[in-house]
Design a binder for this molecule. Structure first.
Ligand code: OAA
Ligand code: MG
Length: 576
């Protein structure tokens, strides 16, 4: 069992503090705590609100600070749910949940783990998008770190604070491409906070081991620059060599401070995401969720669809609408599946049509990245390259949208595809919901209910022939929490592409469609905990295979994964 100590909290005994980071029922455990009074109540990880027992109120000088009632965690969850229900909007609920997170993390995570389907759209996409856009209005208390360009000389000192001694996972953004909402500057902080809350909710990674970071390198969002209430650095974005040097300084500082940390990059612009990943993926344990996590979950959903009709991906024709880092990442992983199925690279590449706002990517087009150039068509000279024409001519069986643009999957497109394809696979993956390329309802109507649809953001269930059908959410939340758990459990030094493939196959193995022809492609979000464990195990075995972690036995891997899982329950406290 992992012995995890609160070294970062000088007020809590490191020597005698028993672990609460195990699968055991923490309530049977006692934590030695030195904080008392206001300091204890103000500590989000230790605060229990009204759940402090009357003995604890004696021991920790809490009388008078708390009203008389003593409540259980269950009662607190009930009360919080009732309060949330009465709030007028998802945004108001998001703000209230964030306040809970900053005042009582155990209660916050108890709510999230028990009501994940209701809470996910509030703390994560789509509501987190609005939270980023309005972050300057809702910022209350410090959570995570804002590392701004003008203060770059102090970056190492900021990270040095003992409060961060136990950090093992960092999610970092520079806020330039927040979901499909573009540049949100320092408001992008909502995303690392939201992603990390899923690391804890889905994979059980203890919140005190997580750190959200914004690299505030300015913003080109004119509304923010002109908003007197903007909380970030009011300056246009730093670019080029200065930006690269800032990123380099950050990575070096992180590596020096936490040599074994897992560094997760999120929502960087297309121009920066892939080059940053390429620069650092062989230097530390790091990955880009938009490129690799999105690729893995999409691959899992497509593998599930193929397995259901004994098909092979190498026989499908894929149109990717959106040629940014997510599109290229998905295409690369799907290409690998075809190669694994025995296709030649030439034949496999011929199955892909990748488009951006200027139409089909053609060989020789100026300004293509290496990833885009790989998928650029060589055989399309003098033919129309617009989306509709390409769809008409190529007879796609799989259509994936990562364009960030609402409504691009039109009735004409979907009907055209459905003419030649019995079960068209149509994934409008852009986030948040308002940017989805089509609604599942429309796609089903236009395809005579034959399409296999999956979206990036949550949508309400569909009514199919009087049967309620859950809409799959092909969101990277099915991958990154489990992958993070794998990285912490194995101590992997690198994240390989084959670990993402293994994660995708691990997820696909849980597809309900395997056992039920009317089933979904992916398990419901209520099973995200089970999913994270399966993904962690599959990726961990692959990490061992790839030699990026010690050669643990299967039992050891499982034991290490399970021993990390933190459960949101209160411990009993005793005074040091
Ligand atoms: O956060 C999400 O919902 C998925 C994602 O990474 C993105 O859209 O950038
Ligand atoms: Mg993202």
């Amino acid at each position: 069992m992992t012995q995890h100590m609160f070294f970062f909290l000088p007020a809590i005994s490191g020597e005698t503090a028993p672990t609460i980071f195990s699968g055991d029922k923490p309530m049977t455990r006692t934590l030695s705590v030195a904080l008392s009074g206001q300091d204890l109540l103000n500590h989000p990880f230790l605060n229990k609100g009204l759940a402090f027992s009357s003995e604890e109120r004696d021991a920790f000088e809490l009388h008078g600070l708390l009203p008389k009632a003593v409540q259980t965690l269950d009662q607190q969850v009930e009360a919080a749910l009732k309060f949330l229900d009465a709030l007028p909007s998802p945004f108001a609920r998001h703000v209230h949940l964030r306040e809970l997170q900053d005042t009582n993390e155990t209660l916050f995570y108890a709510l999230l783990t028990r009501k994940i389907d209701a809470m996910l759209p509030l703390v994560y996409t789509p509501t987190v998008g609005e939270a980023c856009q309005r972050f300057s209005e809702i910022w209350r208390r410090p959570r995570g770190l804002f590392l701004s360009y003008p203060e770059r000389e102090s970056m190492e000192d900021i990270l040095d604070n003992p409060a961060y001694d136990d950090v093992r996972v960092i999610v970092v953004t520079d806020g330039e491409r927040i979901l499909g909402l573009g540049d949100q500057g320092a408001g992008g902080m909502g995303i690392p906070i939201g992603k990390l809350s899923l690391y804890t909710t889905c994979a059980g990674i203890s919140p005190d081991q997580t750190l959200p970071i914004v690299l505030d390198t300015g913003t080109n969002n004119q509304d923010l620059l002109q908003n007197p209430a903007y909380i970030g650095w009011r300056h246009e974005r730093v670019r080029g060599a200065e930006y690269d040097a800032f990123i380099e300084r950050f990575v070096t500082a992180v590596q020096t401070r936490w040599p074994h940390v897992a560094l997760h990059w999120e929502d960087f612009s297309g121009a920066n995401a892939a080059p940053i990943l390429e620069r650092y993926r062989d230097r530390l344990c790091t990955f880009n969720d938009d490129i690799q996590g999105t690729a893995a979950v999409t691959t899992a959903a497509i593998l599930s669809a193929n397995a259901a009709h004994d098909g092979k991906l190498k026989d499908e024709t894929i149109v990717m609408l959106g040629a940014g880092s997510a599109g290229v990442g998905i295409a690369k992983l799907l290409l690998q599946v075809m190669l694994d199925e025995g296709a030649s690279e030439e034949d496999a590449l011929a199955r892909f049509y990748m488009l951006d706002q200027d139409g089909l990517l053609l060989d020789g087009r100026e300004g293509l990245t290496d990833g885009q150039a790989l998928f650029a068509r060589k055989d399309w000279k003098d033919r129309p390259t617009d989306f509709e024409s390409v769809m008409r001519e190529c007879k796609a069986s799989i259509l994936i949208g990562v364009s960030g643009v609402k409504g691009l999957f039109t009735e004409t497109i979907v009907r055209e595809m459905s003419k030649t394809c019995k079960r068209p696979i149509i994934f409008p993956l852009s986030n948040p919901t308002s940017h989805s390329e089509a609604t599942p309802e429309d796609i089903m109507a236009w395809s005579d209910e034959r399409a296999l649809v999956s979206t990036g953001s949550p949508f309400p269930p569909l009514d199919l022939h009087g049967r309620t059908h859950r809409v799959d959410q092909t969101n990277n939340a099915y991958i990154f929490p489990g992958l993070g758990l794998c990285l912490l459990a194995t101590g992997a030094t690198r994240v390989t592409d084959s670990m993402f493939m293994a994660a995708a196959r691990g997820l696909a193995s849980l597809s309900p469609l395997r056992s039920n022809p009317d089933g979904n492609l992916l398990p419901p979000v209520t099973q995200l905990r089970k999913v994270a464990l399966a993904v962690a195990e599959a990726a961990a075995r692959q990490a061992r295979e790839d030699g990026v972690c010690p050669s643990f036995s299967d039992d050891e891997l499982l034991e290490r994964i399970q021993s990390l899982v933190w459960t949101p329950e209160y411990c009993a406290y005793e005074k040091i």
